[in-house]
Design a protein around this ligand. Sequence first.
Ligand code: UTP
Length: 292
Amino acid sequence: MKIKKAIFPVAGLGTRFLPATKAMPKEMLPVVDKPLIQYAVEEALSAGIEQIIFVTGRGKSALEDHFDHSFRLEQTLISKEKNDLLRQVQEIIPESGTIVYTRQNQPLGLGHAIWCARDIIGDEPFAVLLADDLIMSGKSVLGQMISKFERLRASVVAIEEVSKSETDKYGIIDGIDSGDNMVEIKGMIEKPKPENAPSNLAIIGRYILTPRIFELLEKQQKGAGGEIQLTDAMASLLDDQPIYGYKFSGKRFDCGSKAGFLKANIAFALENEEIKKELIPYLREISKENGV
Ligand code: UTP
């Protein structure tokens, strides 16, 4: 029961980033010099994923082109002997047949997007990665979760503590600490108001799920925000299968929000020595100017 397939739902409208996302997918927004989706795909490949499944929608062709050859660009880089850049644009491209695309005809919600990949997944456990949760870590977070899955043989979702006032932005779990950074989940609820939240442990965009979830998503029940929610299907899954929350090691940036996206850009830029030299004095200067 090896985890070989990963779904990347990329069919959302990205309304929080309009007008930037009017003609460009949110997942193509760059953090320093790489689009969000590339970080997520690299994380999955380094965790041993063999098949990448993009659930796309209208206007997402830039995403497909990003993972394909651009002969004109490559020829130009060859003729100008820009070998480093050539290597970088070629490295992005997985072997032919590794990427599969399917469409979500209407953005009916994350649960619905995942259900769209049911026939590609078939009857095996699989991973889901949301590119707008960008995680800086040593070992890939999906890799950490696969290790947990291999031991437990049950669904595992990434969780993180969030401030109580922010519970209405996340799926929130109720569970029992089972040690070793794991929580045995007893219930979950999508976007609860702080006063109704069972905890401040939020589900982050990395999941390992059993194929039983597709039978529950099949019901297409609408939940919070009128969308078909993955959290609701997982809450039903708890009736017959265990699900574990995993407190991953790494720093997560919510790149679906403007502030989170900007923080990610700063944090990743500071990993680059060249940019760091220019950025640190600038950050000091503007902090002073803003009285910090
Ligand atoms: P979000 O909840 O961030 O929604 O989706 P969104 O549409 O992308 O962005 P906003 O809130 O309007 O700014 C989380 C992930 O689920 C995908 C998105 O592409 C994103 O990767 N998604 C969401 C779908 O693929 N289909 C949907 O119907 C909804």
